[in-house]
Design a protein around this ligand. Structure first.
Ligand SMILES: [Zn+2]
Length: 379
């Protein structure tokens, strides 16, 4: 209980820090802004006792950082991303605001609230002079919201050295995440043949008609029962109303629960052939995050966290998420992973995004206790 007592005493400091972080925009594509956020976090983590062990410079995105705390041959990996989906200026438009003990603002839950919980769990362990049973490795990365193209390598290589991985994504209703859907992205380009719709329409081949047929076929692959969703989310095409459309494009999002479904659907999508003679189609894409299916080791981690939460007076359930996270990468490598350890709240990527402030010390205590009670032989 000493961890919780200390963290309860830190509640106001936690809220002030969260306000500062939320009021600093960090959209994935603005390197300068994201780097500014990263600097603030590195400072906060080093003040809390961690050592910056590596900066991973990026030319186009924010730099990523590795920090460590404690010693040991084995390590626990903690994953945090500090980019948000919100554009520059969002924090001016919707600054950090508290209403009925609930905070709102861009990134307050996804995942600045989660980073705060991790920071204060560390601060509590350090302040109380406790020694974690394994070395703690903190990864702060800047491109999760676009699929982690530049941070994936460092996440996977640190993951492979770790006995298990903890992910600080937000928790809906306080639940922890033990499995997530896989996510694939595809782009389809269709070339038709232009013609005047009044003078020689029979000479044309409509790329839009071709696309329309593919949209219907692709959406027909959705099977909610099996956890498959194929969504053509963005389309474009054509020149003018009186021209048979010479080109059309589509962006496709694929979600799968099972790896085998992912494999067969990728094959299906990449080998689609044209319906209309004279049309050409080109499709590129892949599964970026493979499904994270619940594992016995992951379930054991959840049960342990649930028991600790119970001791702290919290109820936590487990949740299967349709969204991907960096936890998909570590879980796919067979590293026991537990996600959803971040802030209690909801509304990620929406104006309704919020974090419940009362729960901040409790969630930090849950993480700190979990780390302290982990055995060195967790793997
Ligand atoms: Zn997130």
């Amino acid at each position: 209980m000493q961890l919780l007592n200390y963290l309860q005493s830190q509640k106001n400091i936690m809220i002030e820090m969260l306000a500062r972080w939320v009021n600093h925009d960090s959209p994935t594509f603005n390197k300068q802004a994201v780097d500014g956020m990263g600097q603030m976090l590195v400072e906060a983590f080093t003040e809390a006792g961690a050592t910056l062990t590596a900066t991973h410079p990026q030319p186009n995105f924010g730099d990523h950082y590795t920090l460590t705390f404690g010693e040991g041959n084995s390590q626990i990996l903690l994953l945090h991303h500090f980019d948000t989906v919100w554009p520059m200026g969002e924090a001016k438009r919707r600054p950090f605001t508290i209403e009925n003990s609930c905070a709102t603002g861009p990134g307050v839950h996804d995942m600045k609230g989660g980073i705060l919980i991790s920071l204060f769990a560390l601060k509590a362990i350090h302040h109380l002079g406790l020694t974690p049973p394994q070395k703690l490795v903190y990864l702060l990365t800047s491109d999760e919201e676009i699929g982690s193209p530049t941070s994936r390598g460092v996440i996977e290589s640190e993951g492979q050295r770790s006995s298990y991985c903890l992910v600080l994504e937000g928790a809906v209703e306080g639940d922890l995440t033990t499995a997530r859907k896989g996510v694939g992205r595809f782009k389809m380009e269709i070339k038709g043949v232009a013609a005047h719709s009044g003078i020689d329409p029979e000479q044309g081949v409509s790329a839009i008609e071709e696309l329309a047929r593919h949209i219907q076929a692709l959406h027909a692959l959705t099977d909610f029962k099996r956890g498959i969703v194929v969504n053509v989310g963005v389309i474009a095409g054509g020149e003018r109303p009186n021209i048979i459309a010479p080109q059309a494009t589509a962006e496709i999002d694929l979600r799968v629960t099972h790896r085998a479904d992912g494999e067969s659907l990728v094959e299906k999508i990449l080998t689609l052939s044209p319906y209309l003679p004279g049309c050409q189609i080109k499709i590129v894409g892949k599964i970026n995050r493979w499904p994270w299916e619940e594992s016995p080791a992951g379930l054991a981690m959840f049960k342990k966290a649930q028991a600790i939460a119970h001791q702290l007076g919290m109820t936590v359930g487990k949740r299967y998420s349709g969204g991907g996270s960096d936890g998909n990468f570590t879980a796919a490598l067979g590293i026991p992973t537990l996600d959803g350890l971040g802030s209690l709240g909801g509304g990620a990527h929406a104006f309704s995004e919020h974090t419940i402030l009362e729960a901040l010390p409790l969630r930090a205590a849950l993480l700190a206790e979990f780390i302290m009670q982990s055995e060195t032989t967790a793997q």
